[in-house]
Design a protein around this ligand. Structure first.
Ligand SMILES: Nc1ncnc2c1ncn2[C@@H]1O[C@H](COP(=O)(O)OP(=O)(O)OP(=O)(O)O)[C@@H](O)[C@H]1O
Ligand SMILES: [Mg+2]
Length: 524
């Protein structure tokens, strides 16, 4: 009986015994589940392979939901696609993640991609598709995978061909959701951006006139790689002053929070002034190299008007130096050109009547940038957009500049670059001749106390003129040149003092009789 109760149970309705269902063993459960899953997976692979794109995506969504229902996952996934919107622009977050992960590639990563990166002569490595990187942040683990959604093989009518859609997927345990939202993603973006900035090859932008044949031609930035080798080590100037400038620049570049706290746009103006050949342009290159900034060399006379000036400024990027060289000439030049054109228009009125079109074109070329436009350029509300920037003006004639243009707050730091001093000479001698001390240095020191010579001239004298030339020869050439400059300066001084001294009144009696005679005869 006992065995019957085990194998059969009584049917409630008719009282007949029916076989009792045997409880499934673990092996049976696993076998049945895996065969169901195998069937689902098989069906899914058929759908993936043969169904059209739209249908496939539809199935994919439901398949993921279904799998999540069967095996609820404790993990959260975030996808960051390469292109957002209608493929107009590359997702900045994707680029930042790409840089961030390329820095995290572990030694055991096996599938890498090598591309010629922005940095000169260098490959940049990044994760290849389906490679995985594990990252740790605040004791939490994060897994990144590089992946793609295959585009359809059929040609689409869209402007943008349906190519593969690359994306990075971030996977983490759901208990870290808040950490990801609050800080991890921000950390990835910040670090990624910094890596990109440090790796990029810096550029030098210059503005020139755009298409000549367009009626409303406008000036645009054109770019080349910035490869100036200048550094503060090679600039000859007073070492204390040099250190002060370096400190100022580094403090600026690390003061994002400070500028935000005091409510000031993160920019700083430098005015470099001094005679020609004293190193103003060289210093700008050294600044760019020190801070790893791009350089925008703005040719003011090519800018049509204030609106165009604003447009150019808005196009500049963060971490850059905007330079206006010889600012006094830029404004003067505009004025002078107008005067010259006015003059010639009076003289050649008749001629110009006949050829009206070219005149029209000429008018368009005229720069109408005004001082107020320039002031707006420096501290207008839109000059704050885009982050850290230096604005540098150079001039040979400080006195010619409008005080409004160079007041503190606009040009925060005024730096004078002057004639070569003995200290500056020592830097140049080290650069050009690799000489730190020499018996002729004392003589040179004495001369520098009395002679004004630009570092550019000193450098030219120190430059070896043949491959075998000894340093002593170059130093003697410099001494000769300094002595010559001294002699010329003294002569000029004498002549000047002669011109300015009042004419001597000579008594008639004291004048030699021959001169008086000569004068009288010439009057006759
Ligand atoms: N202080 C300096 N230290 C080292 N080299 C210098 C210095 N000043 C000038 N030179 C050298 O002289 C050359 C000319 O200098 P730079 O063009 O910087 O002068 P500048 O002050 O900009 O002149 P300008 O006012 O005519 O534009 C540079 O190639 C540089 O090698
Ligand atoms: Mg210059």
């Amino acid at each position: 009986m006992g065995s019957i109760t085990r194998k059969y149970k009584m049917n409630r309705n008719d009282g007949k015994a029916v076989p009792r269902k045997k409880p499934m063993t673990m092996t049976e459960i696993l076998t049945s589940t895996s065969s169901t899953l195998a069937t689902i997976m098989f069906a899914w692979s058929i759908i993936r392979q043969y169904s059209p794109q739209g249908l496939r995506q539809y199935f994919q969504t439901y398949f993921s939901k279904f799998m999540d229902y069967i095996y609820p996952s404790p993990y959260v996934r975030i996808a960051i696609y390469e292109f957002v919107g209608d493929r107009f622009s590359r997702n900045k977050a994707f680029a930042a993640v790409e840089a961030y992960l390329s820095d995290k590639l572990s030694d055991d990563a096996k599938r890498l991609k090598a591309e010629v990166g922005e940095s000169k002569n260098n490959f940049s490595l990044s994760m290849d598709e389906y490679e995985r990187v594990t990252d740790e942040y605040e004791n939490a683990e994060f897994w990144w995978t590089s992946s793609k959604i295959a585009g359809s093989a059929t040609k689409s009518l869209s402007l943008y061909p349906d190519t593969d859609r690359r994306f990075y997927q971030l996977k983490f345990h759901k208990k870290h959701r808040e950490l990801v939202k609050e800080s991890y993603l921000k950390h990835v973006l910040k670090e990624g951006k910094e890596i990109r900035v440090n790796r990029r090859r810096r550029k030098l932008y210059t503005n020139g006139t755009g298409n000549r044949w367009l009626i409303h031609r406008s000036t645009t930035w054109s770019e080349v790689y910035f490869e100036h080798p200048a550094s503060f080590d090679t600039i000859g100037m007073d070492p204390i002053k040099k250190q002060e400038i370096i400190e100022d620049l580094l403090t600026f570049s690390q003061s994002k929070e400070y500028y935000a706290r005091i409510g000031k746009a993160w920019k700083r103006g430098y005015l470099l002034y001094g005679p020609p050949g004293t190193g103003k342009s060289t210093m700008i290159a050294a600044m760019a190299n020190l801070l790893n900034y791009d350089v925008y060399d703005l040719e003011l006379t090519a800018v049509k008007d204030n609106t165009e000036l604003r447009k150019l400024l808005i196009e500049t990027t963060s971490k850059s130096i905007i330079v206006i060289e010889d600012i006094d000439c830029s404004l003067e030049f505009t004025k002078q050109r107008k005067i010259v054109e006015k003059k010639s228009s009076n003289e050649e009125k008749e001629k110009k009547k006949a050829i009206k079109e070219p005149k029209k074109e000429e008018e368009e070329v005229k720069s109408k940038v005004t001082l107020s436009g320039l002031l707006n350029f420096i501290d207008g509300i839109w000059s704050a957009c885009g982050g850290e920037r230096l604005i540098v003006f150079t001039t040979n004639h400080l006195e010619k500049l409008d005080p409004a243009l160079i007041r503190r707050g606009r040009m925060d730091k005024h730096i004078e670059l002057s004639y070569c001093s003995y200290e500056a000479f020592k830097v140049l001698a080290k650069n050009y001749l690799n000489v730190e001390t020499h018996e002729l240095f004392e003589e040179i020191k004495e001369l520098f106390n009395n002679v004004k010579m630009s570092p550019a001239d000193v450098a030219e004298n120190l430059m070896p003129k043949s491959r075998e030339e000894a340093e002593e020869h170059a130093l003697r050439r410099l001494i000769g040149s300094l002595e010559e400059t001294k002699r010329v300066a003294e002569e000029k001084k004498k002549e000047k003092s002669k011109e300015t001294s009042p004419p001597k009144i000579v008594d008639e009696k004291e004048r030699p009789s021959e001169i008086v005679k000569e004068e009288e005869s010439s009057l006759e």
